[in-house]
Write a protein that binds this ligand. Sequence first.
Ligand code: ZN
Length: 132
Amino acid sequence: MKRSGENYQVDRIQELETKGRAVLHDALGLTGSEISINELPAGVSVPFMHAHKRNEEVYIVLKGSGRFHIDGDEFEVSEGDVIRIDPSAERCIIASADSSLRFICVQTEANSLVQFTAEDGVLLESKPSWFA
Ligand code: ZN
């Protein structure tokens, strides 16, 4: 369901996905991160090695299995694995020969997080319709 309000945007991965990749920064107007949902078909690699200038990345493996290369280390990943990578690390990913690899990648500026969860959240008196 696509919709938006003054302070929010909703979109659908299926509608944003092009060639196995949905990028949320533009679609949702993200201001503090870039988030992509990706699916590499079985045996397919990201076709380049890359690093970043300022952003650390977190990869969240949702489904399937594959292999990461990070600064010369190579290791298997599968559903449930979460991987954080420093900006300067050299990285590449390949899906297993017999399995696609579906993952979310979150990019945020390294060392930019100053508060989160309870420190940043504010409890309010207002209530949604389902609070009786
Ligand atoms: Zn990257």
